[in-house]
Design a protein around this ligand. Structure first.
Ligand code: ADP
Length: 401
């Protein structure tokens, strides 16, 4: 079966075409700057990379452009769009309604629409992607794979905030967690690599990219995660602050330059994290280079220190709530490549049974799985490259076949 995976954002549509069950990637790419000047298509397949400026007025035109290039005489990888057997959609928020992926029907669409209130930046474009795909590919089964689903096994004592309970009942205020597709993929793959049944696997997953979150996984199921009702709390991120004292917001509201709450929202989401601390970059590579060269860059170093401190903090917390841990697993751009981060966050933890083998840690190869702890380390430390699109393709195939 040919499965098309769609990740639809406010101004872009990313796609990946798979042959299932082999999970062979036939093509991938994106249409970006939808509705803006300079909109373009980037398409990659065995036939090479194709980049072109194309006028893409809206998401409908974007979806047509994707289906056109997939069947294009020169760059295409299938003869006709009728060969697409199913479409998998990344959907950010599934609220409490979905603890797994689902075949999309009108009821699912209504739910995704209902959750727009909880994820105003993400669910509306996700919904547009589904509707445009349904219109372009009538009768083709579509599957929604939710970022929140993996975390639905978190128990109430971990997902509820210490707020009046009515806020949960009336406004759905609780921890939901995100990056679930990545945590789910990494959990399943780690159990395979450890040769353990999933329901006996206890791990701490660290998804560290521009956004970052960690999850405590007990017997294959999520029991806590660092993000919350929104993707803002938890570890330090590229431009997001992670955990802060909520009263800071009210303190800043009293200052002239932050009297408008939108400015604080922008500050916490776009100007904080690695960028805010360092004052120079949200990119881990830049900060590591700056901290290491020219006698060091104190604020780049401070950004790294706070980043690593917070990781270690949560590793300790999750060791405590899990009791027994098989492995700490790193993934995402920073998790897969950042040997310094892995070393700093897992270093000096031999009292907890965690011992990194520095030669293995530094010797990891991009995109490759591996164990980076010593052979005597009670808790294994691993690198498992994530594959969110592959996970969506598998979920879609399983439900559609
Ligand atoms: P996104 O969350 O947008 O998918 P990625 O998972 O690609 O992002 O992660 C981006 C982050 O990965 C950036 O901070 C980047 O600096 C970092 N990164 C990429 N390569 C390396 C590397 N070799 N060493 C350290 N960090 C890296």
């Amino acid at each position: 079966m040919i499965v098309l995976v769609i990740n639809c954002g406010s101004s872009s549509i990313k796609y990946q075409l798979y042959k299932m069950p082999e999970k062979a990637v036939l093509a991938k790419g994106l249409v970006e700057k939808i509705g803006e000047s300079g909109s373009r298509l980037i398409h990659k397949s065995d036939k090479g990379k194709h980049e072109a400026e194309v006028a893409v007025r809206n998401h409908k035109a974007g979806m047509s452009e994707i289906l056109r290039i997939l069947t294009d005489a020169t760059h295409g990888v299938i003869e006709q769009i009728g060969e697409i057997g199913a479409v998998g959609h990344r959907v950010v928020h599934g609220g409490e309604a979905y603890s797994g992926s689902v075949l999309i029907d009108d009821k699912v669409l209504a739910c995704v629409e209902d959750f727009c209130d909880l994820a105003p930046l993400h669910n509306p474009p996700n919904l547009t992607g589904i509707r445009e795909a349904q219109e372009a590919l009538p009768g083709v089964p579509m599957v929604a794979v939710f970022d929140t689903a993996f975390h639905q096994t978190i128990p109430p004592h971990a997902y509820l905030y210490a707020l009046p309970h009515e806020l949960y009942e009336k406004y759905r205020v609780r921890k939901y967690g995100f990056h679930g597709t990545s945590h789910a993929f990494v959990t399943h793959r780690t159990a395979e690599l450890l040769g353990k049944p999933l329901d006996q696997t206890n791990i701490i997953t660290c998804h560290l990219g521009n956004g970052g979150s960690m999850a405590a996984v007990k017997n294959g199921k999520g029991i806590d995660t660092t993000m919350g009702m929104t993707p803002l709390p938890g570890v330090v991120m590229g431009t997001r602050c992670g955990d802060i004292d909520p009263a800071i917001i009210f303190y800043l509201l009293g200052k002239d330059e932050f009297a408008d709450p939108k400015k604080i929202d922008n500050l916490l989401n776009k100007k904080s994290g690695l960028l805010g601390i360092s004052g120079v970059s949200n990119d881990m590579r830049d900060l590591e280079e700056l901290a290491a060269n020219n006698g060091g860059h104190p604020r780049a170093q401070l950004a790294l220190d706070i980043f690593n401190y917070r990781l270690k903090f949560y590793i300790g917390a999750y060791m405590a709530i899990l009791g027994q841990v098989d492995a700490i697993v790193f993934t995402g751009g920073i998790g897969e490549n950042g040997s310094h981060v892995r070393s700093a966050s897992c270093g000096n933890l031999s009292a907890f049974g965690i011992e990194i083998d520095e030669a293995k840690n530094k010797g990891t190869i991009r995109g490759k799985e591996g164990i980076i702890s010593t052979s005597g380390s009670k808790v294994k430390v691993m690198v498992v490259p994530t594959d969110e699109e592959g996970w969506i393709a598998t979920e879609t195939y399983e439900l559609a076949k």
